[in-house]
Design a protein around this ligand. Structure first.
Ligand SMILES: Cc1cc2nc3c(=O)[nH]c(=O)nc-3n(C[C@H](O)[C@H](O)[C@H](O)COP(=O)(O)OP(=O)(O)OC[C@H]3O[C@@H](n4cnc5c(N)ncnc54)[C@H](O)[C@@H]3O)c2cc1C
Length: 289
């Protein structure tokens, strides 16, 4: 069990992790691959104090190294759900579960609206997790809608399980097994009756038993029901506390401006306040500054 689980390995999550480690709390950061952090697409960042001119990828690498050097642990993957139970939080990541005493949501902004049919068929032929649900569709046709860096690997995994996989995205990813069918499409809709029966991709229907929607992020409200929102963002107070005890939030997921400095500052506050929430800290370790 960790003291603090941070969901999201962007500037806000990494800042929160650094602060919590500085207070000698055990920290687990759950996030996808570094390529999934939107900032890694920025060619040059000129407005981050004291470090102008670095690329987004360089900045993220520095932030990640700092958190790792202080001892923050990392679990690669997408958190699918988080729930509070008996004073602790259980976070499902693929088929694994991480446990923590406080939770910091630093998930950035959820890009893009849901597809038509997504909510209607969730759990009935729509899944967000290949490793959790793949076995159910062995020997059957499935569609992977790949939006995350890890999605090609998950599609390859489904094929190894024995699913007949069609991969849908804008362009064919290099890491996809050559034997997997590929369809380039952008307008997607899940159709069916009681159960999802096909993905409509730019008007063409691809029959399937399941559509796996593999995005890099999830809207926090989908991750953890009961969170209060303010418009599309999480509602927080000045301590970065959400309406749920022990759950803090920082960065783009709490609202404008969507900027690195704001994310890092909010991450600091969330990290400190999550430590305060846990009560008396353990004795300081000598190698932590
Ligand atoms: C191309 C581009 C250029 C930019 N340029 C600038 C700039 O010059 N200056 C500036 O100040 N800002 C810039 N920004 C904005 C800046 O990147 C964001 O404001 C900042 O990264 C927000 O940090 P964050 O940690 O809140 O969220 P993010 O950086 O979005 O990080 C959130 C992370 O959480 C992960 N995640 C989400 N849900 C889950 C889940 N369920 N499980 C596991 N992981 C999850 C996401 O995949 C992501 O990696 C730019 C953004 C882009 C896209």
């Amino acid at each position: 069990m960790y003291d603090i689980i941070v969901i999201g390995g962007g500037p806000a999550g990494l800042s929160a992790a650094v602060q919590a480690r500085s207070r000698n709390r055990s920290v687990l950061i759950i996030s996808g691959q570094e390529r999934d952090v939107p900032l890694s697409q920025a060619g040059r960042v000129n407005n981050y104090l004291g470090m102008p001119g670095l690329s987004g990828r360089e900045l993220i690498a520095r932030f990640s190294t700092h958190a790792a050097q202080l001892g923050a642990e990392r679990m690669e993957g997408r958190a699918l759900s988080a729930m509070a139970t008996s004073g602790r939080f259980l976070v499902a990541v693929g088929s694994e579960v991480a446990e923590g005493r406080a939770l910091i949501l630093a998930t950035g902004v959820a890009h893009g609206p849901k597809y038509p049919g997504e909510s209607e068929f969730l759990g009935r032929g729509v899944s967000y997790c290949a490793t959790c649900d793949g076995m159910l569709y062995r020997g059957k046709p499935v569609v992977v809608v790949g939006a995350s860096a890890q999605a090609p690997e998950e599609a390859n995994f489904l094929q190894e399980l024995g699913c007949q996989v069609t991969y849908v995205s804008r362009t064919r990813p290099e890491a996809l097994q050559p034997s997997i069918d590929f369809v380039s499409a952008v307008r997607l809709e899940i159709v069916g009756d009681q159960q999802a029966a096909a993905l409509r991709a730019d008007g063409r229907e691809i029959p399937c038993a399941c559509v796996f929607l593999l995005r890099p992020s999830m809207a926090p409200a989908d991750l953890m029901p009961g969170l209060a929102l303010s418009g599309p963002y999480l509602q927080v107070d000045r301590d970065m506390a959400t309406n749920l005890p022990g759950v803090f939030a920082a960065g783009d997921c709490t609202g404008l401006p969507l900027q690195i400095s704001k994310a890092v500052g909010e991450g600091l506050i969330a990290g400190h306040r999550a430590c305060d929430y846990l009560g008396n800290p353990p004795p300081p370790a000598s190698n932590i500054c």
